[in-house]
Design a protein around this ligand. Structure first.
Ligand code: BYC
Length: 328
């Protein structure tokens, strides 16, 4: 008998006894880079890992609309407002594709949302930081969407078909998001000294939280080894973080901004940038729900759910009417 276990699940659900032959066939398919589809047999721990990761990814997209929405009414021009509005709508769409992908694994959207609102499901730490000025909108596009692209491009080849396919469109849109953020900051650094100072201040505040988006270091990442084996994750947290630093530092130089890390330097031998140590105490505190604006974010999501009850009721009533008309 083969036993798999998923970290942090309550004890009775923890251990799943899988049929060894089915498990071997499943692992051979994954090793051959075949996509696993909703009706295919899969180990329970694989299913649970996917529901956890995809639903948390979906929650991140939806909660991630909030920091940017804060600036919609204060965008400095019609053009910037239209761009920001389109980006935020894209994030809503990403959340919906991802909830649909997770639903194919047998968990309803209501259950996933209830887990978020009850504090049982996570969302990305990055969205627990406030957007204090307009340059933060540029920094989110450049750094947060930039980090997201780095993490999500390999997910286009994740082993679960519906997740991989959702990621294809999401990555295309993230690319536009990253470029609009960079373009916004490029405009600001070529503006007045005050605007340049705002751009630097935004980089100072968003740099380290952006590096934390990739998750804990590999030797402290409980889920990585199994997720890499099952090809849910294609690259580790540290590999992706390093790629992000390597790609982003030259972009900061082009903007004429200074990355707030005195230990940052090119390492000729490694062919990568060395960078300073991340404040993991801060990361874990934010994961625990102690981020600067964590309470506001959850209050806003719960209020949106409650205020939307009439829409769900109306849609259900309409569907019931349609079904009874069809039956008649
Ligand atoms: N924040 O074993 P590990 C966007 C948790 S939205 C919070 O390494 P794993 C955008 C982790 O969940 C982009 N929690 O986990 C939207 C785990 O706890 P659980 C969001 C984090 O899953 C709007 C524990 O720490 N992207 O781009 O192997 C506007 C141990 O970690 C974080 C995704 O969600 C974190 N940063 O790897 C703009 C990508 N990091 O679940 C932009 C999909 C770790 O065991 N997700 N944790 O209780 C992933 O790729 C992976 O889940 C992670 C973590 C790399 C994030």
């Amino acid at each position: 008998m083969y036993t798999t276990e998923l970290e942090k699940q309550p004890a009775p659900a923890l251990v799943t006894i899988e049929d060894p032959e089915r498990l071997a066939a499943f692992e051979a398919r994954v090793a051959a880079d075949e996509y696993i589809e909703p009706n295919d047999w899969m180990p329970e721990a694989y299913r649970r890992t996917l529901v956890r990761q995809i639903s948390q990814h979906a929650h991140s997209e939806i909660v991630g609309m909030l920091p940017e929405a804060n600036w919609l009414t204060r965008a400095p021009s019609l053009k910037r407002k239209a761009i920001l509005l389109a980006k935020i709508q894209d994030e809503g769409g990403h959340g919906l594709y991802l909830y649909c992908a997770a639903e194919t694994l047998g968990t309803s959207r209501e259950e996933m949302i209830e887990a978020l609102h009850a504090g049982r499901a996570k969302y990305s730490t990055i969205f627990n930081y406030p957007t204090l000025n307009w340059a933060d909108i540029g920094a989110i596009g450049w750094l947060v969407d930039g980090a997201a692209i780095m993490n999500q491009v390999p997910l286009q080849r994740t082993s679960y078909g519906p997740y991989a396919r959702a990621m294809v469109r999401i990555c295309k849109e993230e690319s536009f998001h990253q470029r609009q953020g960079y373009d916004l900051l490029l405009t600001m650094v070529n503006g007045t000294p005050a605007q340049r100072a705002m751009a630097q201040d935004a980089l100072n505040r968003w740099w380290w939280p952006a590096l934390m988006m990739f998750g804990p270091p590999d030797d402290n990442s409980p889920n990585s080894a199994q997720s890499m084996r099952w090809r849910i994750k294609r690259e580790t947290n540290d590999e992706l973080r390093q790629k992000f630093v390597d790609a982003t530092v030259p972009q900061a130089e082009l903007l004429g901004l200074t990355v707030p890390d005195p230990d940052l330097r090119w390492n000729e031998e490694r062919g990568h940038y060395d960078f300073g140590s991340i404040n993991w105490d801060e990361f874990y505190a934010v994961v625990r729900g102690e981020g600067p604006v964590a309470r506001e974010r959850m209050d806003a999501r719960r209020a949106a759910w409650d205020n939307g009850a009439w829409v769900r009721d109306a849609a259900a009533a309409f569907e019931a009417k349609r079904a009874s008309r069809k039956a008649a």
